[in-house]
Design a protein around this ligand. Sequence first.
Ligand SMILES: [Zn+2]
Length: 383
Amino acid sequence: MFDRGLTVLKIRGIPIRLHITLLIFLPYVAYVAASQFSLVAASLDIPPEAIRLPPLAWGAILAVGLFVGVLAHELAHSFVALRNGVRVRSITLMMLGGVSQMERDDPEHEAWMAFAGPLMSFGIALGSYGVYRLFTLFPAPAEVGAALLAFAITNAIIGAFNLLPAFPMDGGRVLRGLLLRRLGPVRATRVATAVGRGMAVAFGLFGLLTWNFILVLIAAFVYMGASAEQARSSTRELVRGFPVARFMTDRLGDAYADESPRAVAERLLRNNLVGARVIDEPLGGGEGRREIGVVTVWDLARQLGRGAAPATVGAVMPVDVPRARADEDASRSIEALASGEASAVAVLDGGEHVIGLVTPAEIQRALALAGALGAFRTPGAGG
Ligand SMILES: [Zn+2]
């Protein structure tokens, strides 16, 4: 849901995107910032006639400043992630702030990464407060000082709000990191997500009582995020210790890279297959035939549903399908699927040959049966 957005620039290879909701929301933020600016100016005893720019103009400047502050906050997360060797796909600035799309890291690294954002916000707040103090020493327009102070306050609020221990917000991730040593990943996640859901309910009630629509939205996001993380953690624990092959389907066909997506989709449907190995074959076949990837029915359905699907399966095929060996622990595959970026994990034999797929549907099927039979409680026992 966060993938729509206009890429405006790249910083250290990370695409920075503006989401459509941000543009719709900007006038409202400018309006709120304008009243905040007026409040700060009044508290500094600046007479209204001494303010040359209309408050709404200051509001617009501060609104843009707010999103620059949010971008710096997200970049702080991303730079720590990059340093830990975690891939950052993009940063999207949207209505409720910023979102960094990145691969998942282990919870301990993640705590530091989560802490870096609020730290940056507090740093900006402190820096702009310092500039404001310097400013008061010189005969400069007082309204610029008021704007600097308003900017400092906004960034301090961003830092403090994000540090609330409401998983999946930054503070909740820091909390999980702190609990990790004592409780282990499973219980730490359970506590952090329970606190997150509790805080979400509190935000939601408070937002409803004060007619604060934004807070209600944030509450909904936090609640869903905490629930999703808890579900992911439970699934990961259930499959831990079992090989990927246990969750794999081998209902896989073959497709040539230059075939049309429609022809392949029809064949998969007719033969009741989940996906196809994509094969690049030179004219005449034989030597040089190689598998270049896999395509799933979901990839095909998505592309065909859009109307203007690419002409060949090779172009529809996703480029970075996660891969796993058949004998490897299945918990890592859960992570890959949980990030929502891939519709399946390709399962390899010893070499590069794809022998099956792990899909969310296959995992649900296996878990439903295993839950009913109690079969997952004893890893290694039986087949
Ligand atoms: Zn953050």
